[in-house]
Design a protein around this ligand. Structure first.
Ligand SMILES: [Zn+2]
Length: 102
């Protein structure tokens, strides 16, 4: 089982570094939802204030580089809990394009 084990280890090390950057960013922003104050880190997410996080995520494919990018551009981000992030996403989408029944 020597094939691939190095790659696997490397992958998990990168994942760990990515989650370290993510954790550092959350701590820098205060570890609670900026909208409702929810403070359980398991449901906290980093949200791009201008809503183009998905585009940046596509541009920066590497997870570790992506979270490092957030940490280095922290003023462009806010912490939202999963609920608020989802509601914001739905509202933005509804604002852009009215829901149309088929
Ligand atoms: Zn919230």
């Amino acid at each position: 089982m020597s094939f691939g084990s190095w790659g696997k280890r490397d992958y998990s090390a990168r994942n760990k570094r990515a989650s370290n950057w993510r954790q550092a960013s959350l701590e820098k922003l205060g570890l609670k939802c900026s909208h409702c104050g929810f403070a359980d880190p398991r449901a906290l997410q980093l949200d791009h204030k201008k809503g183009n996080g998905a585009e940046e995520r596509r541009k920066i494919k590497d997870t570790e580089r992506y979270y490092k990018h957030i940490y280095e551009n922290i003023e462009e981000y806010q912490v939202l809990c999963a609920n608020c992030n989802w509601i914001k996403r739905v509202e933005l989408k509804e604002g852009k394009k009215p829901y149309q029944a088929q």
